[in-house]
Design a protein around this ligand. Structure first.
Ligand code: HEC
Length: 117
């Protein structure tokens, strides 16, 4: 009788372990695509400017700068020159918040974007 209880207890523990393991193994599997996506954006970037934009601008302008909450920036260089883009980044523009990035980052990004024509 005591033995049966022990076996039942063991089974319950085993079952709990199994469920736990399933959840634990589900974790890395689910996070893998996310990290893969992260490295993909990093490898698709051409240097520092793309990195800065990738971290600060794509939430509104889209991961390929194709637009989203903000307008597309894929051909922004044919609309504005570097100093005009610097101005927009520094001072904002309507829905575009001012000072998303600052310092040298502004010049680097404005130059990079002004070359997108
Ligand atoms: C919170 C959302 C948001 C973020 C973050 C953001 N923007 Fe914008 N951006 C906007 C919106 C909205 C507009 C449209 C403003 C308007 O109505 O003219 C805009 C407009 C612009 C424009 C002018 C586009 C045009 O065609 O007139 C440029 C250039 C620009 N953003 C660059 C950037 C850069 C570079 C970053 C990152 C450093 C950035 N934005 C981050 C929302 C954002």
């Amino acid at each position: 009788m005591k033995k049966t209880y022990m076996i039942t207890g063991l089974n319950i523990i085993l079952a709990v372990c199994l469920v736990f393991l399933l959840f634990v193994y589900e974790g890395p599997k689910q996070s893998q695509p996310v990290s893969a996506k992260g490295s993909e954006t990093a490898s698709a970037s051409d240097g520092n400017a793309a990195d800065i934009v990738g971290k600060n601008c794509i939430t509104c302008h889209g991961d390929q700068l194709q637009g989203g909450a903000g307008p597309a920036l894929t051909k922004i260089g044919s609309k504005y020159d570097q100093s005009e883009i610097e101005n927009i980044i520094k001072n904002g523009k309507n829905g575009m918040p001012a000072g998303v990035i600052s310092g040298d980052d502004v010049n680097i990004v404005a130059k990079w974007l002004s070359e997108k024509k």
